[in-house]
Design a binder for this molecule. Structure first.
Ligand code: DPP
Ligand code: ZN
Length: 847
């Protein structure tokens, strides 16, 4: 396969003035008629007229009304065109029903649906399918009125009647934001009035039967619209905003202009069927896609190397939104847990790539935690460095200067440089240098001056042997021995390999709290003892670092148990107990305190220490720490559980959700003591999914899940999203030696559907997340996953390729496991007709 390089970027050479599309929908033979007005771009010299097109049957092509015979080339066609403005017309035929890759126009449960990001539009018609070609689109959809009464596209509805609808989108957009949905759909509607008084019709379109699961998503949408007006000064710009829920979808959701398409799991929710976690995620994704209207759509990307320009910024914006709607510290802790679980392993293994990569074979493989989550961290650091006021001014300038354009990271950085007068050249290394920097802290005190000696270092990553010092904002605070803040939070700017920062006038030795709020995506190395950590756990005024102190204690306790067979740390358990009882603390925060590093994270830490992680030992120690917690907190757990029961009707808001998460965390520990008695009671009385699922998990862990699992199945059999949970839960809670068997048995279940990405992931994705089960020494789980990836690849390359990353950490493990994994990777790699997506992923992992 061909490698594409950022340095090779050239503009298209033509301007697309206008696009007219007519769709004659048919499940196996849809006709797409296009009429596109092109003008030569006088600012460019290269005038090769090339249109992308894949899997299209060309019926006819015309230039200025004259039938032509274009020449087919790899990935599209070329034609001789006039050197003045001209009109291209084509008719193509496509087969939506045969499209199981879910890219382009496809069918999901009888409904027509599109996914065009990144390069799906070329499977709909011949077009310059690149994000820097922006145009206005008019769309006419024709379909059988009985089966397909609702027909939607981007922009505003213009007309509709028996068997047709027309849409017009006045905002120039790249083809990746094109969307069409048609089928038998029902709308949950509402209205929103923008700050300047425009009335916007809002609708969430679903399959009949799902209309009762839209209210929460609609509220989230309205909150997002208000928030973006208030915080970023951004208003919505069309008369309607439509959201559609689709069952078969490769991603979470897609920000198509005026017509967002959602994986149904990321929009549909009711108290009975969705957990608090689902509600929070739905709120965040609705916000994310809506915020793309400005950061992504009005200002888009010049090329796909700039993906983080829209994704990093939009993730950052949705995180700010969630922090405002819920709890800032809880959101920050959740995000850092996710960053360490998903982005750190990526950045420390063979798939490591820069936030703005310099080459790719298949862009779909770069919708990664690095581009999204590390991309968001980079925005957060920039905001910390320039300050809130300058950040707001720079954003205003960015919107004003680049509205309607396809931009680069250089444009983005320039807006900050012009606002602040600062040279951000070194900061830009965050976009080009891959890997996770390590920051080492050493303290010095001489009776008056307290000094922090900071140093930074990055390990080599694929293609980058040498690293340069980056600009790292290290937020710190100083406490006295009574736990009072003697230096409020301030950001130190580490921009050299080694640097010292002194604080004068401290007549007693202060206690440093370093990297507050996780101010940079780095690994902090600080040689402090458990007494100091216990002090910070009890007293740190920064909620993130207070949580982090507990996390570090848990990690060291686990490492001691895993590597040296040491008993668990009593100071950690005592400190934690005091916190759990502290009712001045938010229950959601206390629930997070009760957590511990995941087994996979521990494996990563052990590997970084230069040792070989043993998944079985990590599993045993993790379980033992939970047992130790249950015993140490035995006297207060029933009270903690009882005090955090929520009375009254279900509300998904942060307050009650936090109480449920603490009560459910207590339940998991109580179950270790009472063998499942409390959990069965909770299961029997649960009137919402959050309580029902937590009780079911606890029962499975106690070895008493069989009858509840059957009851759950009987109750929810007809609800696809709840059935996904039923599948995942069994794999997630399977004992290490049973995991592969449990997963294999589930793939034989009548309700297992390989073609539905959610269902596939709920078994195979979860298997990869059951650390001790996936890495069981038998190698059975490796082989099972590889079998299924081989089966899925011809059906859905994008989902297959993404799931190959389950193997990315393979070099952490012992020689036996490495050879087992390598064998599977090679087996995948040598399949004939392997997709470009999967072949790139496996190649990079094996490299
Ligand atoms: N652009 C989509 C999203 O992040 C994913 N394709 O939001
Ligand atoms: Zn996005």
């Amino acid at each position: 396969p061909q490698t594409i390089y950022l340095k090779d970027y050239t503009p298209f050479g033509y301007i697309v003035e206008h696009v007219d599309l007519t769709f004659k929908l048919h499940p196996t033979a849809t006709r797409v008629l296009s009429k596109i007005r092109f003008t030569p771009d006088t600012s460019t010299s290269d005038k090769m007229f090339f249109l992308h097109g894949e899997q299209l049957k060309l019926i006819s092509a015309k230039i200025d009304g004259q039938e032509i015979s274009p020449s087919y080339v790899e990935g599209g066609l070329q034609a001789d065109v006039p050197d003045t403005a001209f009109t291209w017309e084509a008719e193509v035929e496509i087969n939506p029903e045969a499209n199981t890759a879910l890219e382009g126009l496809y069918m999901s449960n009888g409904m027509y649906c599109t996914q065009c990001e990144a390069e799906g539009f070329r499977k709909i018609t011949f077009y310059p399918d690149r994000p820097d070609v922006m145009s206005v689109f008019d769309v006419r959809i024709e379909a059988d009125a009985d089966n397909t009464p609702v027909m939607l596209s981007n922009g505003n509805g213009v007309s509709k009647g028996e068997g047709f609808a027309t849409w017009s989108d006045p905002w120039p957009k790249p083809a990746y934001l094109f969307a069409l949905v048609a089928g038998n759909l029902i709308a949950h509607t509402d209205q929103f009035t923008t700050k300047s008084g425009t009335e916007v019709d809002l609708a969430i379109w679903v399959r009949p039967g799902d209309e009762g699961k839209c209210a929460f998503g609609m509220e989230a949408l309205k909150k997002s619209m208000t928030w973006d007006e208030e915080v970023y000064g951004r208003e919505y710009d069309l008369d309607e905003f439509n959201i559609v829920a689709v069952d078969d979808f490769n991603m979470g959701a897609m920000e198509n202009k005026g017509l967002n398409i959602f994986n149904s799991s990321c929009v549909l929710a009711s108290p009975e069927t969705a957990t608090d976690g689902n509600f929070e995620r739905i709120e965040a994704i609705i916000a994310h896609e809506y915020f793309h209207n400005w950061t992504g759509n009005r200002i888009t990307c010049r090329d796909w190397f700039q993906l983080c320009l829209k994704e990093g910024l939009t993730v950052f914006r949705d995180a700010q939104f969630t922090a405002d709607m819920r709890s800032e510290p809880v959101k920050r802790i959740d995000d850092v847990i996710a960053l360490r679980a998903r982005q750190f392993p990526e950045d420390q293994g063979p798939l490591s790539h820069a936030v703005r990569p310099e080459s790719f074979q298949e862009i779909n493989n770069f919708y990664t935690a690095t581009i999204y989550e590390k991309g968001a961290e980079v925005i957060g650091m920039l905001k910390t460095l320039v300050g809130d006021a300058a950040y707001a001014k720079a954003l205003d300038l960015y919107f004003e200067r680049h509205d309607g354009q396809a931009c680069t990271i250089e444009d983005w950085i320039k807006a900050f440089e012009d606002t602040t007068g600062r040279d951000l050249t070194q900061f830009k290394l965050w976009y080009s240098q891959s890997g996770t920097p390590e920051v080492t802290v050493r303290e010095e005190y001489n009776g008056e001056t307290f000094t922090l000696h900071l140093s930074q270092k990055s390990a080599p990553t694929p293609g980058q042997d040498e690293k340069h010092p980056q600009v790292i904002p290290v937020a710190i605070g100083l406490l006295n021995t009574d736990g009072e803040e003697v230096q409020p939070t301030m950001a130190l700017e580490l921009n050299k390999a080694e640097q010292s920062f002194s604080f004068e006038g401290h007549t007693t030795r202060p206690i440093a709290s370093v990297l507050r709020g996780f101010s940079a995506p780095v690994i902090l190395k600080q040689d402090i003892d458990n007494t100091r950590r216990a002090f910070l756990l009890a007293h740190d005024t920064d909620p993130f670092n207070r949580w982090e102190a507990g996390r570090d204690l848990a990690r060291d306790s686990l490492l001691g148990a895993i590597l040296e067979g040491a008993p668990h740390n009593a100071a950690y358990l005592d400190g934690l107990k005091a916190l759990l009882c502290d009712e001045t603390l938010d229950p959601a925060y206390r629930a997070l305190m009760l957590g511990q590093p995941s087994q996979s994270e521990l494996a990563g830490v052990i590997h970084k220490m230069g040792q070989i992680p043993d998944p079985a030992a990590i599993h045993t120690a993790s379980e033992a720490l939970r047992d130790a917690k249950a015993r140490a907190f035995a006297d207060m757990l029933p009270d903690l559980y009882a005090k955090n029961q929520v009375e009254g009707p279900f509300s998904p808001e942060a307050g009650p959700a936090g109480k449920r998460s603490l009560a459910n965390a207590a339940l998991a520990l109580v179950t270790r003591l009472d063998g499942g008695a409390t959990a069965s009671q909770q299961y029997a009385h649960a009137d919402n999914m959050t309580l029902q699922l937590a009780a079911l998990s606890a029962l499975i862990d106690a070895g008493k899940g069989a009858s509840a699992l059957q009851a759950f199945y009987d109750q929810w059999q007809s609800d696809r999203l709840v059935m996904d949970k039923w599948f995942s839960l069994q794999v997630m809670h399977a004992k290490p030696a049973d995991s592969a068997t449990v997963a294999r048995t589930l793939t034989q279940h009548a309700d297992f559907e390989m073609k539905n990405p959610n269902r596939f992931r709920s078994v195979m994705g979860i298997l990869a997340m059951n650390h001790a089960g996936f890495h069981h020494q038998s190698g059975a789980a490796y082989a099972l996953l590889a079998d299924w990836l081989i089966k899925l690849d011809p059906v859905n390359p994008q989902t297959t390729a993404r799931m190959c990353s389950a193997f990315q950490t393979w070099k952490r493990y012992d020689a036996h496991r490495q050879s087992l994994i390598k064998e599977q990777l090679e087996r995948i790699a040598t399949q004939s007709n392997l997709s470009r997506d999967t072949s790139e992923m496996v190649g990079r992992i094996l490299d």
